[in-house]
Design a protein around this ligand. Structure first.
Ligand SMILES: [Zn+2]
Length: 304
């Protein structure tokens, strides 16, 4: 079990008959399917009792509960639609984990919003849904770990889904050891996804500023204007109707119509101008002692 701290008062947690008990504020935290639910409830949109009911955050159905139960033609159609919508987005051209582990082979890594992801190494997985391998359910606004516990934190496609990204990055910074690494990927020009749990987007520089207490090892865009156009083109068509069946038909039309744009993206994302309409931004950084000033920050702008 990782070294947990109380998400409310940050005192150490110890095993109790019901789950975990805080030696500081006296709070008790239950286990659900053996996984501790470590929420600072007044601060969170999530409620412990929802997990006790066996349901928890509805996004859980997006993990283990998402098996396709359709058959025949409908299944084929669905698979075709999925293959169109999930056609791979270009990667960043490097493996952040390799870079981190090359410098620190036994790095202790925290993954926030891990879903079903698996990384090689000494990894602690967390999520707000009951996903495979998770060490605990937690809300990244109040990470249940002591200060300076990890060598690296991964937050991919997470920061758009939190109410207060600044606070989450402050928490990431807190649980990182001095000179610890962060790797984040966050959308810029993408429509709303995951319903109500989608709060914000970042420009390249807005994303850079979130990590102002980090030196930039590598940063840039994932998916250029071509991928942004795919996302927005799909939304342009599906926005024509609120009716479920009509939207499903429009969605297939949109998937087909926007598909070729991905072949344009390698050309489009070669320029600095492409940063003006990037699909997502990534940042691999190392924690520094003091934050970068905003005056220096604006010199780090990328775009035209
Ligand atoms: Zn406590």
């Amino acid at each position: 079990m990782p070294n947990f701290a109380c998400p409310v008062c940050r005192a150490p947690l110890a095993a109790s008959a019901q789950g975990l008990h805080c030696s500081g504020c006296g709070a008790d935290y239950p286990l659900v399917h053996g996984v501790p639910v470590l929420l600072n409830e007044p601060n969170s949109v999530f409620r412990t009792e929802d997990y006790l009911g066996g349901q928890g955050y509805e996004g859980a159905s997006g993990y283990a509960g998402s098996a396709d139960r359709t058959t025949g033609l409908r299944r084929a159609y669905r698979r075709f639609a999925t293959s169109l919508s999930e056609a791979p987005v270009p990667g960043v051209g490097f493996d952040p984990l390799e870079i981190i582990q090359a410098q620190k082979p036994d790095a202790e890594i925290l993954v926030i919003g891990s879903g079903e992801r698996e990384l090689k190494g000494n990894v602690t997985y967390t999520d707000v849904a009951l996903a495979k391998n998770i060490a605990c359910i937690c809300d990244a606004h109040d990470l249940p770990f002591p200060d300076a516990s990890f060598d690296a934190v991964f937050a991919e496609a997470v920061l758009e889904h939190v109410c207060d990204p600044q606070r989450v990055v402050a928490e990431i910074t807190r649980v990182l050891k001095p000179e610890g690494f962060v790797y984040a990927v966050t959308p810029f020009l993408q429509p709303v996804h995951m319903g109500a749990y989608d709060f914000t987007r970042f420009t390249y520089l807005g994303h850079r500023r979130l990590f102002r207490q980090f030196d930039d090892l590598r940063s840039g865009m994932i998916g250029g204007p071509g991928y942004s156009a795919i996302h927005l083109g799909r939304n342009l068509l599906t926005a024509l109707s609120d009716r479920r069946r009509v939207r499903a038909a429009l969605r297939m039309l949109a998937l087909l119509a926007t598909y070729p744009l991905r072949y344009l993206d390698p050309l489009l994302s070669r320029t600095e101008s492409a940063y003006n309409s990037a699909c997502a931004c990534y940042f691999l950084g190392r924690k520094r002692e003091t934050p970068i000033s905003d005056r220096e920050m604006i010199t780090l702008f990328r775009g035209r």
